[in-house]
Design a protein around this ligand. Structure first.
Ligand SMILES: [Ca+2]
Length: 240
């Protein structure tokens, strides 16, 4: 008889799917083939930052992290390239973490090529050619605390400027999400769906594994077993 083990990773993935979506089409699979889709798209040289491999050349394989489409900022060394993706987002009250995956490459060293994330015109994250190092091997998780914007409708913009001059820079991004939690004074309702269920445990586990601020239930130091106990206590206390 074969044994079928349900991995923690599978549970985490399942809980991630259960969470409410704040960012629409964060993997760009709908907005690539039928632009603009959920994203207002701008690119100086290419019309859009979105690519499925065909922007390299006919039949070229995708470099997406998931699916076929990803966002490719930069990508030209003979001209200045300005690219952006923008959408209006409504973030529930509580906590919020902007997350996506990025991998990059650069030949520049003067710090003038950059990619950044903005909310309502305020820069919440930026990387330049000088700080790209941690993102050069493979798609790497970027996780940004945007609690300050939880509650209400805001403009999310990811944009980049690369300066050409025979120095190539690429910033590739895929799988943009905003993970929310702890809304309405009911911390334990992690997935924000209905009442408290096992899905909320999985949601908390997901946040814990991802090292999100939400998982720091006791508000003390880093994430520890105390945060699990804290979550359990709040779950037992229930939501009224
Ligand atoms: Ca994708």
């Amino acid at each position: 008889m074969k044994t079928c083990l349900v991995s923690i990773a599978a549970l985490v993935a399942a809980s991630g799917l259960a969470q409410g979506q704040v960012v629409n089409d964060g993997s760009f699979e709908a907005s690539g083939p039928v632009p603009p889709g959920s994203w207002t798209q701008f690119s100086t040289n290419f019309g859009t930052p979105l690519c499925n491999g065909e922007c390299i050349g006919a039949g070229s394989p995708t470099e997406a992290r998931t699916g076929q489409w990803w966002a490719w900022f930069g990508g030209i060394d003979t001209a200045v390239e300005v690219g952006s993706l923008t959408q209006s987002i409504t973030i529930p009250a509580g906590t919020a973490q902007l997350e996506f995956y990025m991998v990059g490459f650069t030949e520049r060293t003067d710090g003038t090529d950059f990619i950044r994330a903005q909310i309502d015109g305020n820069t919440v994250w930026t990387v330049t050619d000088q700080t790209l190092g941690p993102y050069t091997l493979d798609y790497t998780l970027v996780s940004i605390n945007i609690n300050a914007y939880a509650g209400g409708t805001h403009i999310l913009k990811i944009d980049s400027v690369t300066n050409g001059g025979n120095l190539l820079t690429n910033f590739w991004i895929d799988d943009v999400v905003i993970v929310t939690g702890g809304t309405g004074g009911c911390y334990a309702n992690c997935d924000q769906i209905g009442g408290l269920t096992g899905n909320d445990f999985q949601c908390f586990l997901n946040a814990y594994v991802a090292n999100l601020a939400y998982a720091n239930c006791d508000g003390v130091g880093g994430l520890t077993g105390n945060d699990f106990q804290c979550f359990l206590d709040k779950y037992v206390a229930g939501c009224s």
